[in-house]
Design a protein around this ligand. Structure first.
Ligand code: TYD
Ligand code: MG
Length: 453
């Protein structure tokens, strides 16, 4: 009988060691090395249970490679298609990560149900009944989606061999285990082995595979970092669980840009694609409230109008409070210092709260001017007209700086019926045929004079 072999792995980066060490030499983390049982050294083909022989690949001249690579599978979900770069590439492995309860299983089950090609949804987390209940809510009459509750990869491949699905979804990679490795499901070597088996299957049969991955407390995908290197595309599903909006973004994409973004709204019957995000992110109230300003921002490649709310009040405690939701708190402090020093507003003894509505987080500096406008509006209790918006960055000297792709931002504001947008004087704008009034400003005072005087 073969002797059981063990090795030591870093839980953080997946580096393998022959003996235990206190600090990982690769990622410099302490106390992350654990012993795991490994039994095999060589890779075993995924069709171990079938008679099919593995085909070995051979070198091909680049000019002779079939150009059918361009083919992409339309998955009938505009947002997901766009984030993937125009559809799912056959034979690719996509990893979808996200916090528990954010809607990963819902999103992929929904996609599997909407397709009218043979899909196999493998769940190691929920029972058939639970999935059925969810499927009933999302898309009740589907004829081509198979559900399998199984966690052993060898059994999954056996079923795949029988059904021959056109697309496979695995929920989740951390629940799978392979017979060839003895450590428990979710451990580094299991995750790595199961992913490697799935990659071999995907590449040899040209079947796309989508994996769901858990994330750790600090937001990284659980398991070795090499998991992210192994797959072709890494997507992240994020959002504030208290709000209905969810954002899908690509962190890595071998077949497209990572700048694209998809927005969904969680409803009672699944996730709805949000094709015009600006409209849903703006509140519909008619009465002008002070402390609200609208910014034209760009998330990924898409322009997006967002609403910023500020509340400025007299500090009741000695130290004024500053807090920001969806916006960088350091940047808020910087803007408050600029307002105090360069524009003469006495905000030093005031509490300032800032919120980006809809539960989204924005780090585009082009929303600076809207943040400042919302703060000044709340401070003076004078509302900003509803049809005014902003797109400019603010520098440390209080100057209003130009932003990237300003024309796209102006066009979005124009499309949504805004009548005035404040941008920097230094932005080069060559737009014709727009109804919107473009206000060019160079200092905060210019904006104050035009808005509040
Ligand atoms: P789920 O897909 O199970 O999350 P994950 O797989 O990322 O852990 O979805 C979790 C939440 O979504 C759950 O708390 C309920 C909500 N939900 C809806 O609001 N509407 C629906 O139609 C479904 C299926 C779920
Ligand atoms: Mg789930």
């Amino acid at each position: 009988m073969a002797k059981t072999k063990t090795a030591f792995f870093c839980q953080n980066c997946g580096t393998q060691y022959a003996k235990w060490v206190g600090q990982c030499g690769a990622c410099k983390e302490w106390n992350t090395i654990v012993e795991e049982v490994i039994q095999k050294e060589k890779d075993i083909p995924w069709q171990n249970f079938s008679d099919a022989k593995t085909t070995s690949s051979r070198p091909v001249l680049v000019g002779q490679i079939n150009a059918s690579r361009e083919f992409r599978l339309d998955i009938y979900d505009k947002e997901f298609n766009r984030v993937l770069g125009g559809g799912l590439v056959p034979g690719s492995l996509v990893l979808l990560g996200g916090e528990p309860g954010i809607g990963k299983s819902t999103l992929l089950l929904q996609i599997a149900l909407k397709l009218n090609i043979r899909t196999l949804y493998v769940s190691g987390e929920e029972s058939l009944k639970q999935i059925k209940m969810r499927a009933e809510r999302i898309h009740p009459n589907n004829q081509t989606c198979y559900i399998l509750t199984e966690t052993k990869t060898q059994n999954i491949f056996k079923q795949i061999n029988d059904i021959k699905p056109d697309i496979v979804v695995i929920d989740s990679i951390q629940t799978l285990h392979s017979d060839y490795i003895e450590s428990s499901a979710g451990s580094i070597s299991q995750v790595r082995e199961c992913t490697a088996e799935l990659i071999r299957f995907a590449k040899e049969t040209n079947t796309p595979v989508i994996l769901i991955g858990h994330i750790t407390k600090d937001g990284n995908i659980a398991g070795p970092k090499i998991l992210e290197h192994m797959v072709d595309t890494v997507l992240q599903f994020e959002g504030d669980r208290n709000y209905v909006y969810r954002i899908l973004r690509a962190l890595k994409n071998r077949f497209g840009s990572t700048a694209e973004l998809g927005i969904y709204e969680m409803q009672g019957d699944g996730l709805r694609e949000v094709n015009n995000p600006s409209e849903v992110l703006l509140s519909k109230s008619d009465s002008g409230l002070s402390g609200t300003a609208i910014a034209s921002t760009i998330e990924g490649m898409r322009p997006l109008m967002i609403e910023i709310q500020a509340l400025v009040s007299t500090a009741v405690y000695g130290t004024p409070q500053r807090s920001a939701t969806g916006y960088n708190a350091k940047r808020l402090n910087m803007l408050l210092a600029v307002l105090e020093k360069r524009a003469g507003f006495r905000l030093g003894a005031k509490d300032v709260f800032l919120n980006i509505t809809g539960g989204i987080t924005v780090d585009d500096p082009a929303i600076d001017l809207a943040v400042v406008a919302a703060i000044l509006s709340s401070n003076s209790d004078v509302p900003i007209e509803k049809n005014v918006c902003f797109a400019a960055e603010i520098g440390l000297a209080g100057e209003i700086r130009p932003v990237q792709r300003v024309e796209q931002r102006i066009l979005e504001a124009d499309k949504l019926g805004f009548s005035k947008i404040f941008v920097s004087k230094n932005n080069k704008i060559a737009l014709k045929n727009t109804k919107i009034n473009i206000e060019l400003v160079s200092k905060i005072e210019d904006v104050v004079n035009k808005l509040f005087v």
